[in-house]
Design a protein around this ligand. Sequence first.
Ligand code: HAM
Length: 424
Amino acid sequence: MLSRPIRGMKDLCGVELEKYIYVIARARRIAEKYGYTQIKTPILEYTDVFLRSIGDETDVVSKEMYTFIDKGGESLTLRPEGTAGVMRAIASRNLAQQLPLKLMYFGEMFRYDRPQRGRFRQFHQLGFEHIGDKSPFTDAIMIAMAVEILSSVGIFDIKVLVNTLGDDETRENYTKAIVKFFSRNEEALSDESKIRLKKNPLRILDSKDAGDREICAMAPLIADYLSKDSGKYFETVCKLLVGYGLNYEVDSFLVRGLDYYTHTTFELKATSANYKDSLGGGGRYDKLLGLFGDQDVSGIGFAFGMERIMLLINDDSFGKTQKKVCVIPVCDNENNAAFELFKLLQNCDLNAEFLHIGNLTKKMKVAGRMGCEMALIIGETELKNGVITVKFMNKPDDGSKTKLIDKNQIAQFVKCSIGELSWR
Ligand code: HAM
């Protein structure tokens, strides 16, 4: 029981962690090219930060947040996403004085979701927010950057879905239309959607209930309710995407599960045989920063789910740790000499292990288990003659398996052998 992680949460180590670091490194390089700098916000925020921005009728807020009262009586929440915390940070640090801001973040997020493949209760997001620059160019550049990040880690089997939620006028007219439509079908809606119909009708469109989904398929389309300005804005975004040579599909029901979106929304969906869910998504928000007391400054952002990206990256090129040598004293008498050699190799930037516990057979076994390529053995004779016995762990047991090398030349010998063994 004590050794079990919490359901939906897992340790990241070995190949998985290597993949994580690799994706972040690639994304950082690309984001730098697009002018992003990094931000790290706390994992815990006051509950209101999420409640007010994500919306209390969303699944994330109403069902999935890890919320608790701390010892000082404050309601705190483990962040379910990164955008709200970034907006809070911009407001509390007065960063809106330096607009436009382009911020990248990555780290743990928490949602009390039903765990399944690619869905966890603790997961990692890699997110981007571009604040203070409202233009269809910004929207198109951001979508292009998202696609570029995926390609940079070898993910090409994707579908780009885009939609618009328009401006206030659009949403007002569209909300009236769907309220009328869903009211006619109210009896067939799930209990939850009946409540949504009263409180936040747009949220019915991202209901996961099968019955609701059937009704939603017949609902009016937002495209038919766009104000003139919103229509023009979205049309320009789409034209710019064509200019980028990006294949995209307009999905009129892409309302996304968070309340803060206005205008463009988008999602990148995997289309590989291996996985078909959303790798990342986001959109524009006109009113979000205003909620935190700053002026209304428009922004746009998206986040990738790291676990889903890692799922699509081939394991083959990971987990091969850099090759290493081990230094083995035959008996305790040679410990000091072996320890000096170990320090010398480390100072020469070589990956070295010092194996001094147990008898020689045990030490050699450990060396094999650790994947050492060479064992550098120092016994009584080696000590007396100023030499080292080099044992190539993976060579056949013929004349080439062992070599005697002068102790003054050993570091050079190991370095040269690295090339010979074609070490990474
Ligand atoms: P989101 O669509 O809720 O958007 O999450 C973004 C991505 O996080 C999803 O596409 C998915 O890959 C991943 N994700 C979500 N929930 C889980 C989970 N339980 N397990 C594993 N992966 C998950 C947002 O969070 C917005 N903050 C994105 C954004 C940034 N919008 C504007 N700026």
